[in-house]
Every structure is written in C-alpha cells, then in structure tokens.
Design a protein around this ligand. Structure first.
Ligand code: ADP
Ligand code: NA
Length: 329
C-alpha cells in the first residue's frame, strides 16, 4: 500500500546544482519508497520563460535525466518521463484554460514578481504562455489524478490554484473526475550559494551537482569567508563565513570543532576549505561515478524516458477520455 500518488516536475533550464538536489531531488528519492510517483522533466514549462533560445533544450533534458538517475531515482519504481512526450499535458491545459478566470492567474504572487524582475533586466516576457504557467501545472498534476504534490513553501500558491481549478472542473461538469491534491511539505532548507545568497542558476553562485573534485575545489576556493580575518592567527567569526555554513550542512560531525578552532585562530581558511572539499567529494563520490557512467550511455537514457512516456501516456489517455466525456468534446 502506498500513501497516495505524487506528481512532481522540474524544469530542464540549465545545469542542476546542489541547491536543487537538497531542496527537491533528495526528497523525491525518499518519497519514491512511500508513494506511487510520476516525475516529469517539464520542458514545456521551460518554454514559458525561455521560448526564444531553445538550442540547449534537448541537451538539458538529457542532463536532467542523468542527474535524476545518478541521484537514485528508480525508473522501475517511478514513472520518469519528459512532459512534451505525452501530448495530453498540452491538451488538458488548453481545456482547463477555457474555464480558468484570468483574475486567478493575475493574482499569483510569482507572476508579477517575475515579470518585474525580467523587465528590470530588459526582458519582455509578458506572454500568454507565461501567464498560463499555473494552468499547465494544474494539467500536469490532474492528468495523473495525483493526490499529493511535494512543494516548497514558495510554491504553495501554485498548488492552491490547482485545487481551485480542480473544484471548478468537478463543479462545472457535475462529477468528481479529479481529486483535490494535498501538499507534502519537505523539511529541506534553502542552501546558500558560494557568495552567501540563495544558490541559484540566475546568480551564477552554484556548485554543480555533477562537480568532480577539481570543479568542487574551484568553487569552494571562491567561497567568501570572514572578511575581518587576514592571518590564520586572527580570531575568526565562523557565523559570517559561507565555508562554515557548508560545514554545518555537509559536515555536521566536525563543524563544532572547526568553529571552535576558527574562533581560536587555530585553523586557517584554506585548510578549512580543503576539509570541506574532501568531505563533499566523499559524499558525492558515488553519485559522481554513476553520473560519469550514465553520461556515456545516451541510448539507455532515451530508453528510460521512452518507457516512462509509455507508462505516463496510459494514465493520461484514461483521464483525457473522462475529461472529454464530461465536457462533451
Ligand atoms: P534556480 O533558482 O537555480 O533557477 P529552480 O527555481 O529551477 O532553481 O528550482 C528547482 C527546484 O530546486 C525547486 O524545487 C526549488 O525549490 C529547489 N531549489 C532551487 N534552489 C534551491 C536552494 N538554493 N536551496 C534549496 N532548494 C532549492
Ligand atoms: Na527559478
């Protein structure tokens, strides 16, 4: 018996980083044992914000599949697929769009925020597709009649909108076609980037998930430390140091000792960085090896995604038949 059915997706919009892993994927790897899971690489969502340059999209899809598999998502246990391979996502989004009030979409907090951010960067992204993003997301979830959706606190507004779309559909067409999905909150905290802001592609402050020892050291070397500390013997202030924040997350066994020695001026920043690099390389060694292996097998990755799409399509077709009957189309 499982606790229910999960749908979750991630946009293939560039190189996967440790923040993405800690914030989402690590949680999925746990959830796969408790729920029946549909995990989708949502390439259509990626188009809602980057529609003009799509030259890297296929490559990003493949890379994301490799990241997921090397992190331990099991393609037998879960349905792992690419959103655009199952055309019913687009079809259901179109039909749900007919009855979704414009005002519901305009009041989603991230809608205005993102538009403002983009326009500050000189990018006009005020498109129909971007406004409709939450409708496509509702379609993703509803197509599989998912009962549970893993969300970070920042995404709960989107899920609430999906629940409203579900209620409206069931009410308008007078039948319980769709369950109302519940949020499964994860305990994951936001991982800082090497400059101390939230780790994010858009800040260029990430540690790539696939980083090997060389790249790991290159990134850790650049981390900001206590700016008041010049010499090793100066007493440090670990609470303002990014390296220390990483020790706390990735090296909990040693972090108190390291903090005490930093305050006492007994451990220098370079040594402290080296110890962090060693620790992180050890933690990621298996994943890194798996990643290198899978990178050499694009045919296998394609097979996994085809198999996932076949399984997803079966469910999606059933739901669409019910939707069409309900709507008389
Ligand atoms: P980015 O900010 O790099 O563009 P996304 O917004 O595409 O990342 O996020 C994809 C997933 O990873 C989401 O579930 C998000 O909550 C999670 N995530 C992204 N950055 C972090 C972070 N620094 N710490 C924890 N989780 C994160
Ligand atoms: Na983002």
């Amino acid at each position: 018996m499982t606790k229910g059915r999960i749908f979750s997706g991630m946009q293939p919009s560039g190189r996967f980083h440790l923040g993405n892993y800690m914030g989402a994927l690590e949680n999925w790897v746990r959830l796969q044992h408790e729920y029946e899971c549909f995990f989708s690489i949502v390439d259509l969502h990626a188009l809602t914000s980057s529609y003009s340059d799509t030259s890297k999209l296929q490559e990003n899809v493949m890379e994301m599949a490799i990241d997921w598999l090397s992190a331990g998502l099991d393609p037998e246990k879960n349905v792992i697929f690419v959103q655009s391979h199952v055309k019913e996502h687009a079809e259901l989004a179109l039909l749900l769009g007919m009855s979704t009030p414009l005002s519901w979409l305009e009041r989603v907090p991230t809608y205005k925020d993102k538009l403002q951010n983009w326009s500050a960067q000189g990018k006009d992204n005020n498109t129909y597709g971007f406004l409709g993003y939450p409708v496509l997301m509702a379609a993703d979830i509803m197509l599989y009649k998912a009962t549970c959706v893993p969300v970070g606190e920042d995404q709960s507004a989107h899920l609430e909108l999906t629940r409203e779309i579900v209620r409206r559909f069931n009410y308008l067409y007078n039948r319980e076609v769709f369950p109302e999905p519940q949020a499964v909150f994860s305990k994951a905290k936001v991982l800082p980037g090497i400059d101390g802001r939230k780790m994010s592609k858009s800040y260029g402050n990430t540690i790539p998930f696939g980083a090997g020892p060389e790249e790991m050291w290159e990134r850790i070397r650049m981390m900001t430390t206590d700016p008041q500390r010049i010499k090793k013997t100066d007493p440090g202030h670990p609470e303002v140091c990014i390296v220390y924040a990483f020790h706390k997350v990735f090296n909990p066994e040693e972090y108190e000792e390291i903090g005490a020695r930093c305050r006492a001026g007994e451990i220098g920043c370079v040594e402290c960085k080296k110890r962090l690099a060693e620790k992180m390389n050890a933690l990621l060694a298996d994943i890194h090896t798996k990643r290198e292996e899978l990178s050499k097998k694009p045919e296998y990755i394609k097979e996994v995604l085809d198999y996932g799409a076949q399984r997803a399509r079966k469910e999606a077709e059933k739901t669409m038949a019910e939707v069409k009957t309900a709507m008389n189309v």
